[in-house]
Write a new protein. Sequence first.
Length: 575
Amino acid sequence: MKILLIYPYWLEERINTEDVVVPPIGMYYVGAVLKENNYDVEILNWCKINETPEKISEILIEKKPDVIGFSILQANRWGGIEIARIAKQIDPEVKIVFGGVSATFLWKHFLTHFPEIDFVVMGEGEYTFLNLVRWLEKGEDEHIGNIKGIAFRKEGKVVRTKPPEYIRDLDQLPVPAKYFEYQHLSLTRGCPGKCTFCGSPKFWGHKVRFHSVDYFVEELELLYKKGIHFFYFSDDTFSVNKKRVIEICKKILEKNLRIAWNAISRVNYMSEEVLSWMRRAGCIQISYGIESGSEKIRAYLNKKITTREIENTFADTLKYSILPRAYFIYGSPGETSETIQESIDLIKRINPLVIHSFVLSLFPGTALYSEYKKKFNVSEDIWLNRIEDIKYFETDAKLSREDVISFGKRLRTTYYEFLPSIVDAIEFIDKKEFYPMHADFCSRLGMTFDHGDYSLNEEIKGKDKIAEKLYSKALKYHPDPRAFLGLGILHQKKRAYHESINILSKGVEYFPENEPLNLCLGISHMNLGAFETALSFFLKFQHSRQCLGFIVNCYHELNDFEKASAYQQKLESIV
């Protein structure tokens, strides 16, 4: 039996795609359980296949799946429906199964309106999906009603079975890294918070469940051995159990896993001790949900955090050279120009180095959505519209679209105006063991302004100066290849090639085998006409297409056409 697990494309295009282009970790758990039971399963990330839609039919015809499981979030449900329709046209016998957050909350809606969907798996899907696949494989010898956690059609009616129990011991799940490669990991299921805009409590239950330290670190180690060195710990609140997090960090260090990773947490589940261990173990960024600077709005959203907790945690996070990101929501009930100013004032106090701001939206499974349905007597048929969500302001006569758009613009514009002073205000803990980490932090941030996300933002002024300050600050703490390179490139931009050579030469002294430093240094020498000197840096890396191209150019300039031809042939053989 051939099984495909598909992560479909989203309805709307996005500017920031980092959170939406990655299949949920749950797909890998489902896949691992199937693999453990000797099923032929493949995971397909089709979040962008709509850019080449002809490939949908081509791949489905090639793969010939018997069962297709879709991971359905609210914004990609139409992608799943459209792919399911194509699959049914190709093979009417293929079984289509929807699972995931939105499928769980809208199971009746999907089965009522979309005949191409055969089954819905609700909640944790690993063993429910396995049991469904076994039933499909056997035929109808056993009654399908014995499978907990599914919905289907019976005699023209949509029915559901009893919900399954939550998996108490998450370690009973096979480690997906035995079978798949991915970067998003999860230590927990569930969140201690009960925010009114979030569906996590209803989906995962009100109790946080954990993998053991050994399970989590084994998963990391398996992926590390496969060559993956950067990770996203995508728990709702990674540090909810501080002792467990510290143990994980110690194990990472004991095993000498040289990794970098991002995490998500809440400001009221953090401490200096946890932050110090997280940084030692490779954490470089933590995202915190702040939502608003207005305590009144945070209370309405049931975001049970205080202003003092926000201020202290952001200061402590930055102190240990971990980049603090802040999530803000605007367009909430009671939002006014004054409450937006409260958010701006809070931003100025906590100095986040990244903010992401979103319009408050209503999603199935959340308390706000339940209130909306009762208040307006709305049915799930609203999701027959090709929309990703419902904006709260559309349900509140006191908020206009124009006001909410202006609130978001004001938040972002003010933040970008203030960002240079936020960078200037960076202060780290003065402990020598953290100096290399401080240097790493500054050089990473410098590259963001130099040729990363911030470099493309026209609202931020003086980006090269900010980058230069950060690179210089990095080198005051510790030699850092990224900082040497960044300064060298900035000098090249200004055609200050002697200055570029000076700083890059220092970098090469510390990091003689670093290809980007040698390459950049060679280019600066080329710009001064010193082609033989430039060659001495390029020739170290004859495996590199980029270096080979410059080697050919240098020999041409030196009129050594025989060697230029030889290296040109070598370049073409690599291409």
